[in-house]
Write a protein that binds this ligand. Sequence first.
Ligand SMILES: Cc1cc2nc3c(=O)[nH]c(=O)nc-3n(C[C@H](O)[C@H](O)[C@H](O)COP(=O)(O)OP(=O)(O)OC[C@H]3O[C@@H](n4cnc5c(N)ncnc54)[C@H](O)[C@@H]3O)c2cc1C
Length: 365
Amino acid sequence: MTALGRPQFLVQFSEVLMKWRCFFSFLAAKQGKYGQEVLEQKLDLEQLQAFLEKLGAEGDVRAWFAGEKLSSSGTIDILDWNRLIDERMKVPDLLVVPNLQSGRLEPLLSKFTEEEEQQMKRILQRLEALAEYAVENSVRLMVDAEQTYFQPAISRLTLETQRSFNTHRPVIFNTYQCYLKEAYDNVSMDVELSRREGWCFGAKLVRGAYMDQERRRAAEMGYEDPINPDYESTNRMYHRCLDYVLEEIERSGRANVMVASHNIRTVKHTLRRMNEMGLTPSDKNICFGQLLGMCDQISFPLGQAGFPVYKYVPYGPVSEVIPYLSRRAQENRGVMKGAQAERELLWSELVRRLTSGEIFNTQSL
Ligand SMILES: Cc1cc2nc3c(=O)[nH]c(=O)nc-3n(C[C@H](O)[C@H](O)[C@H](O)COP(=O)(O)OP(=O)(O)OC[C@H]3O[C@@H](n4cnc5c(N)ncnc54)[C@H](O)[C@@H]3O)c2cc1C
């Protein structure tokens, strides 16, 4: 996605989205909902209006959320709240609140400038052109996840495309990085949105590739580290997110997931859960992904057992691809263990062939 538009625009848009989400968490905490799961946090509109007025905010909150469902429940959740982001196109200076530093009234969400709107349109058009090409060729399009200062915008734009293209089957897949503390919230929010809006959820689940960079940036800039405290927490988060999506697949049959991992425990966990839920490889709604040249000892048996398996092929100038692959190999515990296992397998096969006199393999795959 970072190649489809100006990265600086993605950074700015991400900041707006993060600010908007943080403000929701702040309001939820004010209504005593701190610590609840994000979809459980329902804001009472009466209390919200009163609180915002006390803050000095301008605008009729109830009017923003006018709708049958809302008027009967009298509450809104994070998904209703996020819908207001779309409204910023129509309503100038939505939600004017005091800036705690300057003391001045400022819009929490200001209208896009002409240039920003153009940027947004161009990125969406390019993404749509790729999505149309994917549809024509009956393939799926996976949008990679990047650093947290880009990711909210990437997810948001991907979601827009999913709304248009995932109407009958999941064509566009968003990527969720389970090393993030907020990974489960992100997955559950998007699954719930797909249910409410009636499109097919598609996810690639990864652990995440930018851990050191994220931790360093958080320490340098003085904000909370967005990454789980340790490797085991990331493993638990991965399996929690995966279980949630598998349950959605079992329930609706319309969602799809790619388990993009070299971790053998994760692959076994997926197979066990599929077995327990009665999900079969022939349903083709769960697939696996590994990088080309890495962990073939996981990919090949999965493929032979009938599971859809994809090998990701990084391509580009050698000067960029080699550093990319060596970073993946270094950060990747599964690969390092896998490389050792692969060496042992190759060695035992070599010994077998030499001792049996069968130098060339005659078995076909
Ligand atoms: C098909 C495919 C597509 C991918 N696409 C993306 C993508 O779009 N975006 C992206 O960011 N990455 C992507 N990756 C890379 C991925 O995020 C991981 O970096 C890589 O796969 C290693 O994780 P693992 O699950 O294979 O195994 P493991 O080796 O078991 O896990 C290593 C990972 O665990 C996490 N971890 C390690 N130590 C700690 C710690 N102390 N605290 C918290 N967490 C820790 C890190 O995420 C680390 O990369 C992709 C990988 C594959 C195979």
